[in-house]
Structure formats: C-alpha cells, structure tokens
Design a protein around this ligand. Structure first.
Ligand code: SAH
Length: 401
C-alpha cells in the first residue's frame, strides 16, 4: 500500500475568498471556479487546501474532472490517510448500529454525510454493494483499505461493485465493469420491518433497492387502509407493507423486470399476506392515473413515489408542474378520509416548494389536506447540517377530506 506523504509534502491548493467562506460555513465542497490554481495536481490527489493568503484550511480530495474540484476530508492535516479511511468506515458502521432498527439492509456509507466523499456502500443482508463516484475513491490503495475494513467489521458473504458508466465518464475514469470484489455470492433475501425482499446484486435500479424509503414504508403502513394504489411501485416496497392492512392493493410500474421481482417478493411473504393477492400492473403511471381519475376508480390510500423529475435546477419549473398534475390526479381519486403518501427524491425540489405544490393541488381539487407526517430519507442516509445536498428525499403523509 502506498504510504501517505507527510502533510507538508501534499500539493497545496489556494481558494478564492468565496471558496474559503463556503468551507467555513460547514460545507465540504469547493467548485473549480473557486480554486485559484491547481496546475500539475494529479487526479484524485490528497491535497492541502488554503485560503488565498496561504493559511491552511484542511485536507481534501481533488478531482481534475468534476466541477466539484475539492471534497473536504478533514479540517486537520492528515498524516495517515489509510488510517483515516479505516476510522471513518468504523464510525459509519457504529452510527448505523446505534440508529438503524428492524432491518438487515441499510446504507452503511453515504459519501459526504459520512466524510467519505465519493463512496457509497449499501448492505443487503450478507452482501455489500459498493459504488465509487470519484477519482480519489477509485484509487487502488483506497479501494483496498475500504474493502478490507468493511470485510473485517461486517464479515459479509460477498462484496460487489455496481458501476455507473456515466459517473466514470464524468470523472474521466477508465471504463470498468460491475463485478464481485470479494466472495462469490450475488443474490440473497433481506428483511425490513418484518417483510422479505429478494436482492440480486447486478439487477435493478440504484444498487438494487430504494433503501432510503425503509422508514417511510413502516410509517405509511400505520395509516394505510381499505383499497390502496401504489403508483411507481418498483419491487413493491410500499405495496407489500400495506397488503396486510388493506382490503386490496394495486401497484403500478412501467418496468416489467421490477414487477417480476415484486411478484416474487409477494410470494416470499405469502404467510404475512394471508392469501391476499396484490395486483401488479405494467403501465405508464401518468396515463393510468389520468384514466383512473376521470373514471370511477376511487381509493382509500394512494402512494406517489415517482423518479426524480428535477435532475438539474433548470428542470425545476417543469418538474413542479409534473408533481402538481400527478398529485392532483391522486387527490381526485381519494375517498373522503383517505390517505395520500406523496414523495419527491429530487434534491432541487425543496420541502417548502413541495408543500406549496401540494397546497395548490388541494385548492384545485377542492380538497382539505391535513399533514400527518413530514418525512425524509431513512436515518442510514444521514442529513449533514451545513451540507444541504445530503437532504434529498421528501415524503409527506396526508389526510385528505
Ligand atoms: N416506491 C419504490 C421506488 C420507486 S422509484 C420503492 O419504494 O421501492 C421510481 C419507479 O418509477 C421505478 O421503479 C421506475 O421503474 C418507475 N417509473 C419511471 N417512470 C414511470 C412511468 N412513467 N410510469 C410508471 N412507472 C415509472
């Protein structure tokens, strides 16, 4: 393993006053336009950052390709980088041990929120799935240290890597295939809130499941009743949690592979479902909701968990129109006293903007909405105060009369 150069030997990057102020406010990113000079700094280097006068502000990871040139690691000098990585992995695991309940699947490392910028690790029972998002985290010595610490502490049957080719291209990293890093197992069954789910390491969206909704499934299930509709159901997260409490559950997604897993998940939980069948429909949820809203279909519970509409700030206006249209349709379908569970996973849509959209949809639908719960992502996807980008998921549970 490469040893860390002494702190004084690290390349030193000076920041503009705006870049330095950003760090002082608690943020951990500095954009390229605020780096005064980074000539001849190797991609993915450990660097010392300093203000424009040369006063050190801490130690960071450098990317030569991303607009986010600097991701802070520590306000201190870092003498032993592998040691720091090991400590951070251990702290991330300890945090989950103290806040995560009722599951053997959760996010173990969430990038900036665990001070391991560019690294994501999800645990699915006995399989760990790793995603590398930056040049620094892609370096072999870093990978080796992280994998060895994860193995020692969690003793998984396998560690796999899911590669997002687009991310590697944006970071100017050479192409790399998804694959197994340790062990051979590639599928397993996980449990959350007493419900079982199939997991296949190289199938599905994200690293396999939407673990960030885990606590929201349980919270929403407390209110679910009667006839329920789960729009954008993926592998059945909400639908399976609702089924034991509802008289009928219909779930919609446009992805056939996702629905096939959803159906297998229902079979896994046959006992809990006690003979109840969930109706899985492969359809465009926007069209289906439009048809249902204008016909006689009525529900007691509706979930809306669409994909991110606003991928960038520029998409925001059309995204808000999309959310409103969707929520309006759901409100029209809900019986008086019904429950709406409505989500947005777009970071660019703030909680305030989302609630404003919902208020306006309620006015148009002539419905009264009472907010039962304002929720975000599960605690294993921590929100780091000072880094607003770590808060992205909104989940509102609303009583509709
Ligand atoms: N509620 C799910 C996650 C939903 S993610 C869970 O908790 O696991 C968004 C889902 O929307 C994905 O499964 C995707 O396949 C689906 N999707 C995207 N566009 C769609 C469309 N137009 N109609 C229906 N489903 C769509």
């Amino acid at each position: 393993m490469a040893s860390t150069p002494a702190h004084s030997e690290l390349p030193k990057l000076k920041l503009s006053p705006r870049g330095a102020a950003r760090l002082k406010s608690g943020h951990v990113w500095v954009y390229r336009s605020d780096v005064l000079s980074a000539d001849s700094v190797a991609p993915g280097s450990l660097v010392t950052v300093a203000d424009s006068r040369g006063k050190p502000l801490g130690t960071a990871l450098y990317s030569s390709a991303s607009q986010i040139a600097i991701r802070m690691l520590s306000p201190e000098p870092v003498a032993d980088f592998p040691g720091l990585l090991r400590r951070r992995v251990a702290e991330a695991i300890a945090y989950r041990e103290s806040v995560v309940r009722d599951t053997n699947a959760c996010r173990v490392i969430f990038s900036e929120a665990d001070f391991l910028p560019g690294l994501i690790v999800d645990r699915y029972n006995d399989i760990l799935s790793v995603q590398v998002l930056t040049q620094a985290m892609d370096a072999n010595p870093v990978r080796e240290t992280v994998i060895s610490e994860l193995s020692q502490r969690l003793n998984p049957a396998a560690i796999v890597e899911r590669v997002d080719p687009r991310v590697r291209e944006l970071e100017s990293l050479p192409p790399r295939a998804s694959g197994t890093l340790d062990g051979t197992k590639t599928s397993t069954v996980l449990t959350m809130n007493g419900i079982q789910f199939h997991f296949d390491a190289f199938e599905g969206q994200k690293t396999g499941a939407f673990l960030d909704q885990r606590e929201n499934y349980a919270a929403a299930a407390q209110y679910a009743k009667g006839e329920a509709l789960d729009a954008f159901c993926y592998q059945g997260g909400f639908a399976l949690h609702f089924a034991p409490r509802c008289s009928q559950v219909t779930a919609v997604d446009s992805s056939r592979p996702a629905l096939e897993v959803a159906d297998r998940n229902a079979a896994l939980n046959r006992q809990l479902l006690n003979g109840k069948e969930i109706e899985w429909i492969e359809a465009n949820a926007f069209d289906l909701l439009k048809d249902y809203a204008s016909s006689a279909h009525r529900y007691d519970t509706v979930v809306l968990d669409p994909p991110a509409f606003a991928k960038t700030r520029r998409d925001l206006d059309s995204a808000m129109r999309g959310y409103k249209e969707l929520n309006l349709r759901a409100l029209k379908m809900l019986r008086p006293g019904g429950i709406l569970v409505t989500c947005s996973c777009s970071y660019h849509v703030s909680q305030d903007a989302f609630l404003e959209m919902l208020t306006s949809a309620a006015v148009d639908a002539h419905r009264t909405l009472r907010l039962l719960q304002v929720r975000g992502q599960a605690k294993d996807h921590p929100v780091l105060l000072g880094v607003p980008e770590t808060a992205y998921l909104k989940c509102m549970i609303v009583y509709v009369s």
